[in-house]
Design a protein. Structure first.
Length: 310
């Protein structure tokens, strides 16, 4: 068998070795520019492939595009824009237009902004209000799934024994800086396992709803918890998810005498499905919950994207 042979790729003759695929031959000849694969994983002939057997500049050939010049990934839909750190940060101004209590320890804030916020589900902003320390919050949706394009909806924990809503007054100026964070939704991959506790359901709700529209056939499982069963404020959201075909949704609470029959006792980590290495896990909530789920994901080698709720 000859050591080299000829192959025609897109009407152009290239030299290759027996057994090479057309893709490998084209990459070796510099006809295809390397691009990064989805989730930062390089795929065959893209970025992480073996080095070309010939100089990329031979015969005056145009140099292939560098990684920074190539749009990232093969992901489709609105969640496939460049990674957060590669996008320009926004400085947004607006007004606090709604404040309501969703549960004893959960508040919902709605800010109407002068410009549309551009972010992926699960990303975060630094939110500043007069007289209050800056907060790191993830935009979400109302529990019925509604939100205007120039609105930012946030769920945040407050002490149920205090009037936590008194610090927020409709009409207050609001400033947002971001987005940032690595816990955003990424289309594609294996089963989507979502875990949330307390106000952490906010970013998880945004991720889950986006996934049902973008990937309606993707397998999904949710474990949603709270310290008290009265803070399981997301019943309307859960019913919507079940109506779209999500079959495995577990509600749990660590305490509460008024726990309904469908609410299991214990923390979120105890009610996750049997994890697999191919799972993609998003977890949002307090640092203890996030750490526990990360440990479970690490034990099986699954990808885990944490969002810590302050």
């Amino acid at each position: 068998m000859r050591a080299r042979c000829s192959l025609v790729v897109n009407g152009r003759a290239v030299r290759c070795s027996p057994g090479d695929t057309p893709l490998e031959a084209a990459v070796a000849e510099g006809m295809i520019a390397p691009v990064p694969g989805m989730h930062g994983v390089n795929m065959l002939g893209q970025g992480g492939a073996p080095a070309a057997r010939r100089s990329q500049g031979r015969r005056g050939r145009d140099a292939p595009a560098t990684l920074s010049d190539v749009p990232e990934g093969r992901e489709a839909g609105p969640a496939a824009r460049a990674a957060p750190q590669e996008r320009a940060r926004q400085n947004l101004k607006g007004t606090l237009t709604e404040v309501r209590r969703l549960g004893p320890g959960i508040l919902e804030l709605v800010a109407t902004l002068t410009r549309r916020p551009l972010h992926e589900p699960g990303e975060q902003y630094t939110v500043s209000l007069p007289g209050l320390p800056a907060m790191t919050l993830s935009p979400t949706l109302r529990t019925d799934g509604s939100a205007e394009i120039n609105e930012a909806v946030f769920h945040l924990p407050r002490d149920p024994d205090e009037d936590g809503a008194a610090a927020f007054v409709v009409g207050q100026d609001v400033r947002l800086k971001g987005p940032f964070g690595r816990g955003h939704y990424r289309p594609g991959g294996g089963r989507l396992v979502l875990a949330a506790t307390g106000a952490g359901f906010g970013p998880i709700w945004a991720i889950a709803r986006a996934a049902r529209y973008i990937e309606p056939e993707r397998d999904m499982a949710l474990a949603i918890g709270a310290r008290d069963a009265l803070d399981l404020y997301m019943r309307e959201s859960v019913e919507w998810l079940r109506g779209t075909g999500v079959g495995r949704i577990v509600l749990c609470a660590e305490r509460g005498r008024q726990r309904p029959p469908d609410v299991r006792p214990g923390p979120v980590g105890a009610h996750l499905p049997q994890l697999r290495a191919s799972d993609v896990i998003h977890v949002a909530g307090d640092i203890a919950t996030v750490g526990a789920v990360q440990a479970l994901a690490g034990a099986v080698g699954a990808r885990c994207y944490p969002i810590v709720v302050e």
